[in-house]
Design a protein around this ligand. Structure first.
Ligand SMILES: [Zn+2]
Ligand SMILES: [Zn+2]
Length: 332
């Protein structure tokens, strides 16, 4: 992992000098984002858990939230990709123990709708997302439902475990039923693209290349069985439509918050199949990371202090090749 010039004394950040009832957090209030000393979260109910956050990754969604590009609750602690240590358990939580290392699925199903009540929480339409709809993980502590927690297998690093959510999101491309003989293209040269490529390779899908629209030449028309999008604009959609063969697949992976114009004349003659992918299994993602089948070390920018957030956020906006991390709750 590359070292960073601002990567100093990260494990001193766990502010033991603060009273037990207070913590440090990256808070968005109105349009202002700042590091604040605020009350520690308390257990919201008997099935909730307080986790001390040891590693937390920054992603596009956090940038959109910080910039007010997506609707979020206010005030809000940002962040949703993390690992940590169980600090406190609700009285009805018997599946976990204090001190256990964990990561968390940040998509919280409502547990009330017909899908949730029939044990199909992955298609709940009323989910709450950590760091968007309720306070997230760029803080020393976070309160989450026990049902969202995944205990960590031995041997996985805090940093790799904090990559579980992006890996689960990347695994969603496998829902498009791709075959090893298919010729594939990943549109965009960024960390998502390289994560998706690793996942495809693990699944024996190796006939695939990564395309950088900024530096690579024009794509050969009609030459791919599928294209996986990581940069969603009207231009990239047209370009992808030209690149696939007739009847090919366009797999939409990014979480573009702005509407994108569809140029139907680019699409009609190809009759493409469009797959819009959300998430794959978090359990599978964690296993791929724990067994080393997916290696995210090369996709890590560095570990920063919360106080460096302005520098980190503006750098992340410019460049998406590597993921920056915060370590707000100190070491385990
Ligand atoms: Zn994310
Ligand atoms: Zn539901």
């Amino acid at each position: 992992m590359p070292t960073s010039t601002v990567n100093r004394g990260i494990f001193a950040v766990h502010a033991k000098r603060l009273p037990r009832t207070r913590m440090k957090a990256l808070l968005k209030e109105g349009s202002r984002v700042s590091v604040q000393i605020m009350p520690r979260p308390e257990l919201t109910d008997a099935r909730s858990v307080i986790v001390r956050v040891t590693m937390a990754g920054l992603c596009r969604t956090d940038l959109y939230a910080a910039e007010g590009k997506i609707k979020v609750c206010d005030p809000l602690v940002l962040g949703h990709e993390f690992s940590g240590v169980v600090e406190e358990l609700g009285s009805e939580v018997d599946s976990l123990r204090a001190g256990q290392r964990v990561t968390v699925n940040p998509i919280l199903p409502c547990l009330k709708c017909k899908y949730c009540l029939s044990n199909n929480t992955s298609v709940c339409q009323n989910t709450t997302f950590l760091g968007v709809d309720r306070c997230g993980c760029f803080a020393e502590f976070i309160c989450v439902p026990a049902s969202a927690i995944l205990p960590l297998p031995d041997g996985i690093s805090d940093l790799a475990a904090a990559y579980t959510e992006p890996v689960a999101a990347s695994l969603a491309v496998l829902k498009a039923n791709l075959a090893p003989s298919d010729k594939g293209l990943i549109y965009g040269n960024n960390r998502f693209a390289h994560l998706v490529k690793q996942i495809l390779n693990v699944k024996s899908l190796t006939n695939i290349s990564v395309y950088d629209p900024a530096s690579d030449g024009a794509l050969e028309e009609g030459s791919f069985d599928y294209v996986i999008e990581t940069i969603m604009t009207s231009e990239s959609l047209s370009s992808m439509a030209r690149a696939i063969r007739p009847g090919g697949k366009i797999i939409l992976k990014s979480r573009q918050y702005e509407p994108v114009a569809l140029k139907m004349t680019d699409l009609l003659k190809k009759e493409p199949v469009m797959h819009v992918c959300n998430y794959g299994s978090f359990e599978d993602a964690l296993e791929l990371l724990a067994t080393g089948k997916i290696d995210v070390e090369a996709l890590v920018d560095g570990i920063y202090e919360l106080e460096d957030f302005q520098k980190v956020l503006s750098a992340a906006k410019q460049k998406e090749s590597l993921k920056p991390f915060f370590a707000p709750g100190g070491s385990r």
